[in-house]
Design a protein around this ligand. Structure first.
Ligand code: SAM
Ligand code: DTB
Ligand code: SF4
Length: 321
């Protein structure tokens, strides 16, 4: 292979990306680490907290998701939208723990204008007022809604492509990848950062993983943050019996994402709870520079904050004082 280019490129082919994914692991991690050193502050890991502001009852049929109205996930009951006061209290607590980004997720297929959306705008303003970076994930958006979110102070919009164009129909049938890309372009047009990533471990092939990364790496500019999720298999969803992803596959995906999107924040996202401290250390070495921090993801537990504190301190990767 030619020496790795440490500057951003937007013309990666799926074949090139697949060749990276297939490199001997230590060669891949070493190349990714060089790219990290040249492009990011390798000591800084951004902490992001998640809050589910509206649980369950979503009209989409994403096969991995406990919140789809099409599945009967155990332990997930529908809730109305959280109150602004509850969100502010959770954001304050997250700030005390050292979180810089506060992400609010609603199980909506798309945003509808009205009191709920007005309340979300209020939440964004309140999180901004706490000097944190507000991020929301609300499903599909129309241009005037993106404009209103920007005006409220939204930093970032999470909207994942999830999987490759080729595998998409196996996982979601109620929307297309084109719908996702349309929302992403609406968000970007308003100057809101993109938080756009994938899930692996859905039964997709290595070629699918390369193809999904190719979609992200072809965006110019690259998404500012890229969550790499490993499936959390949830009882009651169609993927409940999916075999769990080998830890080193997670490392490979992070390293490859770092190489093809050298300046993005690569987030070691869902599925981290199952990784040993050693596997997580390899992910940071391979260029992961953000994690979800806090007891919960959306409907499942996250890695323990106490253990995270110990791990980050031991690795010396920048836990705030
Ligand atoms: N409805 C919005 C949407 O789909 O964008 C927001 C919430 S949705 C739960 C956000 C992302 O979380 C999904 O796109 C998917 O990538 C990830 N996710 C959801 N369930 C997951 C699971 N069981 N395991 C891993 N990642 C998951
Ligand atoms: C993202 O990429 N992962 C987060 C966040 N964006 C919204 C969600 C992970 C969800 C994991 C399964 C659950 O807790 O329901
Ligand atoms: Fe879950 Fe989001 Fe899919 Fe709805 S759109 S089923 S909340 S992943």
């Amino acid at each position: 292979m030619p020496p790795i280019d440490v500057n951003p490129r937007y013309n990666w082919t799926s074949q090139e990306i697949e060749a990276l994914l297939k490199l001997p692991l230590l060669e891949l991690v070493s190349q990714a680490h060089d790219v990290s050193r040249a492009n990011t502050d390798s000591r800084g890991v951004q902490l992001a907290s998640l809050m589910n502001i509206k649980t369950g009852g979503c009209a989409e049929d994403c096969a991995y998701c406990s919140q789809s109205a099409h599945h009967e996930a155990l332990d997930v009951s529908r809730t109305p939208l959280s109150r602004v006061g509850e969100v502010v209290a959770a954001a304050k607590q997250a700030k005390e723990l050292g979180t810089v980004r506060f992400c609010m997720g609603a199980a909506w297929r798309e945003v509808t204008d009205g009191p709920d959306f007005e309340a979300v705008l209020e939440m964004v303003r309140a999180v901004r007022a706490l000097d944190m970076e507000p991020c929301v994930t609300l499903g599909m958006l129309k241009p005037h809604q993106a404009k209103a979110l920007k005006a409220a102070g939204l930093q970032s919009y999470n909207h994942n492509i999830d999987t490759s164009p080729e595998y998409y129909g196996q996982i979601i049938t109620t929307r297309t990848l084109e719908d996702r890309l349309e929302t992403l372009s609406i968000v970007r047009a308003e100057g809101i950062d993109l938080c756009t990533g994938v899930i692996i471990g859905l039964g997709e092939s290595l070629t699918d993983r390369a193809s999904a990364l190719g979609v992200l790496a072809g965006m110019n500019p690259h998404p500012e943050s890229v969550p790499i999720n490993a499936l959390v298999a949830i009882e009651g969803t169609p993927l409940e019996d999916q075999e769990s992803l080998p830890a080193l596959d997670f490392v490979r995906m992070i390293a490859t994402a770092r190489i093809v999107m050298p300046r993005s924040r690569i987030r070691l996202a869902a599925g981290r709870q199952r990784l040993s401290p050693e596997a997580q250390a390899l992910c940071f070495l391979a260029g992961a520079n953000s994690i979800f921090y806090g007891e919960r993801l959306l409907t499942t537990p996250n890695a323990e904050p106490n253990q995270d504190q110990r791990l980050l301190a031991e690795l010396g990767v920048g836990l705030p004082a």
